[in-house]
Design a protein around this ligand. Structure first.
Ligand code: AMP
Ligand code: ZN
Ligand code: ZN
Length: 403
């Protein structure tokens, strides 16, 4: 190879490197958007991404298939047992403290969050980050948050959220974020209330798809659409939970010495050894639609037993069944029609993964992706070094990138 040719390649590679380092990365989450909702044919904007980028058959959540554990797995590359947000509601039997997603002071307390989130990794390496709502983005420690963030407000108008993101992208270059995430709840909210097959959920699917269109058009309007890598995903799916599938677990255990924590797809039980052994036998003998495990028996494939806050006994309902206690079981009560949190191997619990932009292959379809692999992918897209002690693997996902 002659000298000039080599020099040309070097300059070319350098330019590509410099240029690619400047791509923006936008991560959008549609809460509870089940893997197969796009087949409802209500999503022209997701279809646009499918045609021009990458679509996975499904995105497998980590266990349990709930909102906070999975949003945090996505931004840390860690299973919930390792980032410590093992559920939306946590009981710490060692301190007697509780964590709940509706308790603002717990949600902002850094002690619960043991994983390094993408914005922390990025900030350490000089990248400006921003979040328009994301679990874990409001921690009360400045360096663990995105540079720009919003305190969660459930009813904040969706267009306002997109406008907020576009405003960040119009900031002067030295203040402008290169990584931005945003979040929309409505598909999950309606999926719970009316069930995954309802007209209301279909309308919610249309709503978030059109807000995606609004974002894509907004990026075009400000002239940066071509330099944005855009990922649209969801944290988990949704399944129907008919009222005929309600189980009163308190009735089966019938021992007030056992603390039953949680409800719905799974519960944690805490207590003294004799009481626990008795509860375990009663649950096994009841032959109802759930699995019961001493903590040490929780199957490896859940990646869920290695956390001190997991119950002494863990009870997991079969798909669609709800574990409730006396106080929740009221005659003629209307139960929610959909839920998630079940076995993450069940396809109903799977979400979506779409990606488009200069770094992604075009018109490329892949199988199921695990959500712990997203964090190393985000790091690769931002050209930064990921936190080393993670569960996710870039090797399992990098084939969706152009090389
Ligand atoms: P889930 O119970 O798993 O369906 O949780 C979904 C709910 O989580 C949404 O309806 C929101 O109300 C709530 N949520 C989502 N993001 C946040 C956040 N950043 N802070 C507080 N609550 C949130
Ligand atoms: Zn969710
Ligand atoms: Zn939900």
């Amino acid at each position: 190879m002659n000298f000039h040719y080599k020099l040309l390649i070097l300059i070319f590679t350098f330019l590509i490197n410099v240029y690619s380092q400047n791509y923006y990365l936008i991560l959008v989450s549609f809460d509870g958007f089940r893997w197969d909702y796009p087949s409802k044919e209500l999503t022209p904007n997701l279809n646009f991404i499918e045609e021009n980028g990458v679509k996975a058959l499904s995105l497998q959540p980590s266990f349990p298939s709930n909102t906070f554990p999975n949003h945090i797995s996505i931004v840390t590359g860690l299973y919930p047992q390792n980032h410590n947000i093992i559920s939306n509601n946590i009981y710490d039997k060692f301190t007697g403290n509780y964590y709940s997603i509706s308790d603002t002071s717990a949600v902002r307390n850094p002690k619960w969050y043991k994983g390094e989130m993408i914005w922390e990794t990025a900030r350490k390496q000089g990248i400006i980050t921003a979040s328009y709502f994301w679990p874990g983005s409001e921690i009360n420690v400045e360096y663990r948050r995105p540079n720009y963030f919003e305190f969660y407000e459930h009813s904040r108008d969706y267009k306002t959220r997109v406008e907020g993101v576009l405003e960040w992208l119009k900031l002067p270059y030295d203040k402008r974020p290169r990584f931005i995430n945003l979040y929309f709840d409505i598909v999950d909210t309606y999926g719970h209330k009316y069930g995954p097959k309802s007209e209301e959920t279909n309308n919610a699917v249309k709503t978030v798809d059109s807000i995606l269109g609004h974002l894509i058009n907004g990026l075009k309007d400000i002239g940066i659409a071509d330099s944005v890598n855009l990922i649209v995903l969801s944290d988990h799916g949704m399944t129907s939970t008919p009222s005929t599938k309600v189980i009163n677990i308190e009735e089966i255990i019938s021992n007030p010495q056992i603390k039953i924590f949680g409800k719905g797809p799974f519960v944690h039980l805490y207590g003294k050894k004799n009481d626990l052994d008795d509860a375990y036998k009663k649950l096994l003998n009841s032959k109802k639609n759930f699995s019961v495990y001493y903590k040490s028996e929780i199957p490896e494939y859940f990646n869920f037993k290695n956390n001190p806050m997991i119950g002494d006994i863990f009870v997991l309902a079969d798909l669609g069944y709800s574990l409730l206690t006396n106080k929740d079981i009221i005659k003629d009560r209307e139960y929610t029609k959909g839920n998630h949190g079940y076995d993450n191997n069940n396809i109903d619990m799977h979400g979506i993964f779409y990606a488009m932009g200069p770094s992604f292959k075009k018109g490329y379809k892949v199988g199921t992706i695990k959500n712990v692999n997203i964090y190393p992918l985000l790091c690769e897209l931002l050209n930064i070094i990921p936190n080393q002690n993670i569960d996710g693997k870039l090797e399992e996902i990098e084939f969706i990138l152009l090389r």
